[in-house]
Design a protein around this ligand. Structure first.
Ligand code: HEM
Length: 184
């Protein structure tokens, strides 16, 4: 589908997955790497245009939350914006994680793309990760890479955050993937 939202058009809506999410992270309470299945809700609301001089952006205002089993409070949340610049083909995902982490990930793609990969790197001059002082010393996010695939009333993501953690000699792959279905 092509529209002002380009490759983001198929992401507009309210989304859920009852099961199917899988997170791999180091659990400090268990002192081991844990695979955690999760369910998710995600809201993507269209807005635009936003003009920066000659640049015209269309975007999605998004909010997502994930729960393990029947826990009451989500164990992970994100708020942010997806942005599309039709003139240049630049696609961005800017978001905040309430651990004191901000991410501006981006790529170049086409308006009718149904799969795309966004990346951000610590210290990059453009697509960059920001983190708090504690995390910089103990569990630093070196890079973020997310591949999105948009289907018919469904979309999925597969993401890898590479962490430099005090617990491991080598960088650790903190991974997440899920498939969501449109509920409205
Ligand atoms: C669906 C997405 C995600 C989920 C479900 C998730 C979940 C988790 C979980 C369960 C932990 C372990 C907490 C603990 O037990 O100590 C964790 C830690 C962490 N995550 Fe994520 N995460 C996600 C995405 C991200 C992203 C995108 C980033 C960074 C760009 C990130 C950065 C971190 C960091 C820095 C830690 C702390 C590690 C530590 O203190 O040792 N996560 N996450």
């Amino acid at each position: 589908m092509t529209s002002e939202w380009g490759p983001l058009a198929g992401l507009i809506g309210e989304w859920e997955s009852e099961t199917g999410g899988l997170d791999t992270a180091f659990s400090h309470s268990r002192k081991e790497v844990l695979g955690s299945p999760y369910r998710e809700k995600c809201s993507m609301k269209p807005f635009g245009p936003v003009d920066n001089g000659a640049q015209s952006l269309y975007g999605l205002d998004y909010r997502s939350a994930m729960w393990r089993g029947d826990e009451e409070n989500p164990f992970h949340t994100e708020v942010g914006y997806w942005l599309w610049d039709a003139a240049s083909g630049e696609l961005m995902k800017c978001f905040v994680i309430p651990r004191g982490i901000t991410v501006l990930a981006g790529t170049m793609t086409s308006a009718d793309a149904t799969t795309f990969t966004l990346e951000a790197t610590l210290g990059d001059s453009r697509y960059v990760i920001g983190e708090n002082t504690y995390l910089a010393s103990n569990a630093s996010s070196l890079s973020y890479k997310a591949t999105i695939t948009v289907g018919d009333a469904t979309w999925s993501y597969d993401e890898v955050t590479t962490l430099r953690m005090n617990e491991f000699a080598e960088p650790f792959a903190h991974t997440d993937h899920n498939t969501l279905h449109r509920v409205s």
